[in-house]
Design a protein around this ligand. Sequence first.
Ligand SMILES: [Zn+2]
Ligand SMILES: [Zn+2]
Length: 347
Amino acid sequence: MPAVRAVTFQAPGEVSVEERPEPELIAGDDAIVAVEATGICGSDLHIYHGRVQIEPGFTIGHEFVGTVLEAGDAVTSAAVGDRVLGCYCTACGTCFFCRRGAYHKCDHGRVFGHGATLGSLQGTQAERALVPHANLTLRRVPGGMSSDVALFAGDVMGTGYHAVSAAGLEPGDTVAVLGLGPVGLCAVQAARAAGAAQVIAVDSVDERLRMAKSFGALAVHLTEDDPRAAVKAATEGRGVDICVDAVGDPRALDLACRLARKAGTVSATGVYAERCEVHMGVVWIKALTLRTGHANVIGHVDRVLTMIEHGVLDPSPLVTHHMPLADAPEAYAAYDRREALKIVLTP
Ligand SMILES: [Zn+2]
Ligand SMILES: [Zn+2]
């Protein structure tokens, strides 16, 4: 049987590069993509650590750019030979939720590289990937756009965009972003692009603070500075209109609820899988709106892609490392040690 190389989860702290069966078209709207670039994401680290459990031997990864090798008869939005980018998840396009535009909550949605619990869809850190519902999942890469940048549209930048658009950002708002990993940094850019008057960016890693500053944010160190004082000073003591939690930790969520102004919005974009206590007294008395959940990346991808194409959003500074797919074990270890912001693997 013909085989392709793929990055597979083995055990917590262990991934390997293995030969896997070559993917084949199943449904009429499937496509097979020859992957040219595939990112390692913070959610891949949840799998790497065993916090998100998947089957040993399952191919991981969900950010990808490549060329369409094969396409079923029902694929109309891309053709064999087209350079495409993929969204991190698939949606059917016809269920109750898809008909209302909530593609991220599709009844038949599947996430690449997340094992049986999220639809048993093999990941994209591989030479080839099977892409279901290709008409919704794939977009043509605009001419001249690099793979590095394009792969952000289908996941990380789409998530940063969602964090502020779901919060209902209006021009002139003041926004705080907690956590300056790739999603937080993309949220900083998306908030600026959406017309935020001020963006206050909070983290404890100097490099990330510097990058947020280069994107136009006011950088505030989590412990060496005082985020609450910084927000008060920037907002005449009111608090921010929108606070994005791009961490996914109860302490970040608590801080977000305290930094948001009365009748403000907290946008919890970081991943929560466990029970987490929220001070409902603070949420209620301040009349906060809480937005949560995965990003509706399929719903945003066309806008995000156009904004990247025209330089309104530019994720290119976030790519700090390129490595061959074969070096995935070292890449995961380096990412785990926080030595890289975004690693792009090339098969
Ligand atoms: Zn991701
Ligand atoms: Zn659906």
